[in-house]
Write a protein that binds this ligand. Structure first.
Ligand code: SAH
Length: 463
């Protein structure tokens, strides 16, 4: 992080702007909106700045900049076209620890002015630390279209009702739950639709209802996809923002975990090979207990929760305890990883069916229905197969698969550390060992693997 994002209270504080042109005008206007007492130092003023002076909204000094101008200032903005003057201002301000911003010179700034989406009192600030201002502006225009202007009114209502809600709910958590419901539900919709007076009545009703019920927890069983955060669903994202506690597996990447609401409690449930941090039964009971405490529990799993994810077992326990839940599908490793490796799982010429199996070793062997695997024109996708790869290839050949059948093993597919190793059933185990792959890896067997050569499109950082 290059800069610490903060919002500064400059109400009635003396803020110095050096320069009187159009750039200075924009900064002055912003400072005035935030209630600052703006003092402008500039030999001449452009028309709009002069108007502000006439209206007594600013004070003005027509002499050149003097370090004395900094006395009692909360911050200073240099917006002159003279680079020597800008540097002098920067140096004087920095010497006395007054925050200084030289417009368009990130190296002469102790603070920077972000691009903003203003829905006051709700304010979104976007910055690229001066490295990619155009990108910051693009993000801003996206947010501008995404966030209704009426959020300003919604935020004002939130401010208005805050003391009342605080009075009603002693516990902070209940207060938060209430707000989350109100600000995402019918109340918010009414405000956004401009039905302000019905909205206020409805708000009172909501408060009353909330007091009559004890909070009911619930569980969101969410598939986080194969690792790349772009592959999350909207619904996953929304629930990740709402959870009080997240119980996550090893497969959930740090990038994805970062998207979970910041103050949600995080519980690692593990599941490394031979290193089950929490037993499945413990996890099942943990989900029940957390939901019974009234929490919204995010059970976050790699890929899809219903594909080799034991999601079914977890919600069976929830139904036994009558705990409400919802299941959010995720992109399973087979489809995510195959897509990023440029290997279509089916293809009119090569494969009309595709089968997903687990390659997890039991007593050093694989307990699979080999005859159903070795069918022609079928793609086999093997999850959890890295350790069992030699046995797997050997057995497929033994059960009739030609030894030169194409096969691939993909490490950490869809992420920046994706690595694709291709070969045949005969050569793949050695190639995989030589490539020193690290989990998770997915194995794909079948003629479709040949297409990788031509269809690979994704470039990871370290190929
Ligand atoms: N529920 C998950 C699978 C869990 S089993 C899903 O739907 O994807 C764990 C196995 O998934 C790993 O051993 C590996 O075979 C596979 N896997 C998950 N993410 C992967 C990734 N990014 N790259 C390669 N394999 C992955």
């Amino acid at each position: 992080m290059d800069f610490l994002p903060v919002f500064l209270n400059v109400r009635n504080q003396r803020c110095l702007v050096v320069g009187g042109g159009s750039v200075a005008f924009r900064k002055i206007s912003l400072l005035l909106e935030a209630g600052a007492a703006v003092h402008v130092v500039a030999p001449s003023l452009a028309e709009p700045v002069a108007v502000l002076l006439q209206q007594n909204k600013i004070t003005h000094d027509a002499n050149g900049f003097d370090p004395d101008h900094l006395k009692g200032c909360t911050l200073v903005i240099a917006a002159t076209s003279d680079s020597i003057a800008n540097r002098t201002i920067y140096e004087s301000a920095a010497a006395t620890n007054i925050p200084v911003n030289v417009v368009d010179s990130p190296e002469l700034c102790t603070f920077i002015m972000p691009a903003i989406v203003d829905r006051s009192p709700l304010m979104i600030a976007i910055s690229s630390g001066g490295h990619a201002p155009v990108l910051a502006r693009i993000v801003r225009s996206k947010l501008e279209t995404l966030i209704p202007h009426a959020y300003a009114r919604l935020a004002s209502y939130a401010a208005k009702f805050r003391p009342l809600v605080k009075e009603h709910f002693v516990h902070k958590k209940n207060r938060r739950l209430f707000w989350e419901k109100a600000l995402q539900g019918r109340f918010a919709e009414m405000v956004l639709a401009g039905k302000d007076s019905s909205a206020q009545d409805y708000f009172q009703q909501l408060l009353k209802d909330a007091l009559d019920n004890t909070p009911q927890g619930e569980v969101y069983l969410v598939g986080a996809g194969p690792g790349n955060p772009d592959l999350l669903t909207f619904r996953a994202m929304r629930l990740m923002q709402q959870a009080d506690v997240v119980v996550y597996d090893r497969l959930v990447s740090p990038d994805i975990l970062n998207l979970v609401r910041r103050d949600a409690e995080r519980i690692y449930a593990g599941k490394e090979r031979n290193h089950h941090t929490l037993s499945q039964e413990t996890i099942n009971q943990l989900l029940v207990r957390l939901a019974q405490e009234g929490k919204r529990v995010l059970r976050l799993k790699g890929g899809d929760p219903f594909i080799f994810g034991r999601g079914g077992e977890e919600i069976e326990t929830l139904t036994d305890h009558r705990i409400p839940f919802q299941v959010v599908p995720g992109i399973t490793a087979a489809s995510g990883v195959a897509a990023y490796a440029g290997i279509p799982l089916t293809h009119r010429d090569y494969a009309q069916s595709c089968i997903f199996v687990t390659g997890h070793l039991k007593h050093n062997g694989l307990d699979l229905d080999w005859s159903s695997l070795v069918r022609p024109n079928q793609t086999i996708v093997i999850y959890m197969g890295l350790l069992g790869l030699p046995v797997l290839c050997q057995q497929l050949i033994a059960h009739g698969c030609p030894a030169n059948t194409s096969a691939a093993i993909i490490q950490q597919g869809t992420t920046q550390t994706q690595k694709v190793v291709t070969g045949s059933l005969e050569t793949l185990p050695k190639l995989a060992t030589d490539a020193k792959l690290t989990a998770p890896t997915l194995i794909i067997v079948g003629e479709v693997v040949r297409l990788h050569q031509r269809l690979a499109w994704f470039e990871a950082d370290q190929e």
